[in-house]
Design a binder for this molecule. Structure first.
Ligand SMILES: C[S@@+](CC[C@H](N)C(=O)[O-])C[C@H]1O[C@@H](n2cnc3c(N)ncnc32)[C@H](O)[C@@H]1O
Length: 216
């Protein structure tokens, strides 16, 4: 098993220069972790376009691959990321976006207390939190969603634990045991009041759409 430590902001700073290249290589070779990455981004963009409003929050936006596309088609983007180098890259693509340096394991920054959004996105970022932190953050975010709006997550993800175990077995050498990938039936069990829809995009990835009936 790999002896890996949890990634900190400096690790992402270092990765920022090669990030897009690494993602493309993994997607092109249909391999964990970024297999179906472009398809997932395209699909999320379509889901976002179905929402009535244009104000979005992207958590862990990285180099801005998804949010910059949305920005360019007229969306109002607020983003949170804790890597200064990722923020610099994304800000070049989205000069007027509100990009905030913050660790989302701590929830949302105070200056967003009063803000609400039409859609909240995570792509390949929520897995940096453990399950308890994920549940806590998702519950916090519901307070920032406009009524009947959605949280959309694209990531390494499966519906069942067996599917996740099978995916891990394919890649014992590169599987990252320090990341916490969502198993949608387990997440649904922890958030029984919410509707969770899962769309599988590969053997190890997909899109989850969470709707909270009340958006408290
Ligand atoms: C794997 S990259 C994903 C980037 C982008 N969303 C994408 O789809 O390509 C994960 C991003 O999440 C950010 N991140 C990870 N943990 C974070 C945390 N606790 N708080 C804020 N940002 C975090 C990293 O800095 C990085 O930019």
């Amino acid at each position: 098993m790999n002896e890996k430590k949890l990634m900190d902001p400096q690790d992402f700073d270092q990765w920022s220069a090669k990030y897009d290249e690494d993602v493309k290589r993994s997607d092109d070779s249909n391999q964990y972790p970024f297999v179906a990455y472009e398809e997932i981004l395209d699909e999320i963009q379509k889901e976002i376009q179905k929402l009535p409003g244009k104000k979005l929050l992207d958590l862990g936006f990285g180099t801005g691959k998804l949010s910059a596309r949305l920005y360019q088609s007229g969306y109002n983007i607020t983003g949170i990321d804790f890597s200064e180098e990722m923020i610099k890259k994304a800000q070049c693509l989205m000069p007027n976006a509100k990009l905030i340096s913050f660790d989302f394991s701590q929830g949302l920054p105070k200056n967003l207390d009063e803000e609400s959004f039409d859609g909240i996105i995570f792509t390949y970022s929520i897995h940096h939190l453990n399950l308890e932190q994920q549940i806590h953050l998702l519950n916090t975010l519901k307070h920032h969603l406009r009524p009947h709006e959605k949280i959309i997550i694209g990531d390494v993800m499966t519906h069942t634990q067996q599917e996740m175990n099978d995916a891990k077995e394919k890649h014992p050498d590169i599987w990252d045991d320090e990341e916490f990938y969502i198993v949608t039936e387990a997440l649904q069990a922890r958030l029984p009041q919410d509707s969770i829809f899962f769309s599988k995009k590969s053997y190890c990835s997909g899109i989850l759409i969470l709707e909270s009936p009340s958006n408290p």
